[in-house]
Design a protein around this ligand. Structure first.
Ligand code: FAD
Length: 467
């Protein structure tokens, strides 16, 4: 076992790169290289079509070990790719000359209920925090799946179930512990390393390996949440009604209109297995009476199934029914501006019951509200453009890849006239990160990258200032 410290210097450059013995001598956490047991499990990610093959996989146990790995990588001419769950491994590109730095072991969770704050390690997923906070009458700004990491989600922005009322998770972050490419362990806040703190909140991991994050919690003991399921044949009528309803919906509700085709797989619950629906999902942060009043026009459509109920914040973890096990898939996304009835007609024509679409989910998440306003002290992703986030996903196993790709192209083309931008967290292929931000923000992020990572040691998410 090694007791590496921040002042330690790494082995000289004559070290045979990728030598596991050297890394193991420097770091107490697990190290895996190609051909060894543990390598294949370590490189697996959520989208199984992504075949990442890093030079080595290292699981540091603390910030000091992270710093040691980064110095080792720099000395060896390798890059460092931080990763927790692999929920967005697609944008990274080849890891052949990179160390995949898995943050799994940095999983500490501390909740300070009176201060309404949590501090969690980079290995913590939302499911490690949300239930514990909920027990204390507090809610987190998590998104649709409980098993993404708090850090990965928040560094990209974090658009969740309370977004229209409270905005992006990134803008509720109070402090970030980060190891920068120079090997320093920093605690970035509004006052300390303020430019780094700004860039981290939206820049998606390009500026260092985050080891812990501290963020605000919301004082919410209960929410009113659920889904209305309609036969998919009613998709046009239901999604039109939902679109009209969103125009007057207050910021206290964040909702999703979608077409969902459950695959005929055993892990899907029997009542919905292999069936297709048009759905409205929503979370209200009002009292039940007000929520029921607001929901009434959609309920009046007569859903086949209505799961809305008052519940503690922990109850909404599975509301969106995202898969938990790794799957082969492909996706398409865009932020959309205001939608007229033609937009819904186009969506249903491209992905509805008569389209022949095999996509598992085609959804519109309502944005706007607090997502469209810059809060004081906001980070690089202060707002999201447009009024809706479009996201479509389909199975991409060898039998389905071509069909899914054609279906995605068709529905994305149908939404193209309404495009207002893109949101970094929802883009799952390599992209030019500058396109996610207004030009002055992109330029400021590139300048921050030059300051903190001039050698581009970091290989994280969508690359800022790609060369
Ligand atoms: C099923 C599903 C549902 C989703 N729902 C939502 C949602 O509702 N709202 C939303 O906003 N997003 C959502 N996302 C997107 C998700 O937030 C991003 O994919 C996020 O990057 C996942 O973070 P991760 O750490 O779990 O994934 P990883 O693939 O492990 O990490 C993704 C990227 O995050 C960065 N990163 C992770 N850890 C660190 C670290 N310690 N230091 C520096 N950088 C780091 C790296 O750049 C890394 O490449 C969803 C994704 C999926 C697959």
């Amino acid at each position: 076992m090694n007791t590496a410290s921040t002042t330690e210097t790494v082995a000289p450059p004559t070290t045979n790169r990728r030598t596991p013995a050297v890394l193991r001598a420097l770091v107490g956490g697990d190290v895996h290289v190609p051909g060894e047991p543990g390598y294949d499990a370590g490189r697996a990610c959520f989208n199984v079509t992504v075949d990442q093959r890093p030079a080595a996989i290292v699981e540091p146990r603390n910030a000091e070990e992270v710093a040691t790995v980064m110095r080792f990588a720099a000395a060896e001419g390798l890059r460092v790719a931080p990763q927790r769950t692999g929920h967005n491994a697609g944008p990274l590109g080849s890891l052949e000359d990179s160390i995949l730095l898995k943050t799994n072991a940095l999983d500490r969770v501390c909740i300070d209920a009176p201060a309404r704050r949590a501090r969690v390690g980079a290995g913590a997923r939302w499911e490690d925090v949300v239930p514990a906070a909920s027990e204390l009458g507090l809610a987190c700004l998590h998104g649709s799946t409980p098993d993404v990491s708090v850090v990965g989600y928040s560094l990209g922005g974090g658009m969740g179930w309370y977004a229209r009322k409270y905005g992006l998770a990134a803008n509720h972050v109070i402090a970030i512990e980060v190891v920068t490419p120079d090997g320093q362990i920093r605690w970035a806040t509004h006052k300390r390393d303020a430019e780094l703190f700004w860039a981290l909140r939206g820049g998606g991991g390009n500026f260092g390996v985050v080891t812990a994050i501290e963020f605000e919690l919301l004082p919410l003991e209960t929410v009113y949440a659920g889904a209305l399921f309609f036969p998919v044949e009613r998709a046009g009528e239901v999604l039109q009604a939902w679109r009209t309803w969103t125009a007057d919906a207050p910021e206290e509700v964040t909702s999703v209109g979608r077409i969902l085709q459950f695959p005929p797989l055993e892990e899907v619950p029997e009542p919905v297995r292999g069936k297709s629906f048009a759905l409205v999902e929503a979370v209200f942060v009002t009292d039940e009476e007000e929520a029921a009043r607001l929901l009434a026009p959609l309920r009046a459509l007569g859903p086949a199934m209505d799961t809305f109920a008052s519940q503690p914040p922990a109850g909404i973890g599975e509301l969106h029914m995202d898969p938990r096990d790794p799957v082969p898939y492909d996706s398409a996304h865009a932020m959309l501006g205001e939608l007229d009835s033609t937009a819904i007609e186009r969506l249903v024509e491209a992905a509805g019951p008569e389209s022949g679409s095999a996509l598992v989910s085609v959804e519109l998440r309502q944005a706007g509200g607090a997502l469209g306003r810059t809060s004081p002290g906001a980070g690089a992703v202060a707002t999201l453009p447009g009024e809706f986030a479009f996201f479509a996903v389909g199975i991409a196993d060898p039998d389905m890849t071509l069909k899914t790709s054609a279906d995605l192209d068709r529905v994305a083309a149908a939404m193209r006239p309404y495009e207002a931008g893109r949101y970094l967290n929802f883009v799952e292929k390599t992209s030019n990160a500058a396109g996610f931000f207004p030009p002055p923000v992109a330029a400021r992020l590139e300048a921050a990258r030059e300051t903190y990572d001039p050698t581009h040691l970091m290989q994280a998410n969508h690359e800022i200032g790609a060369r």
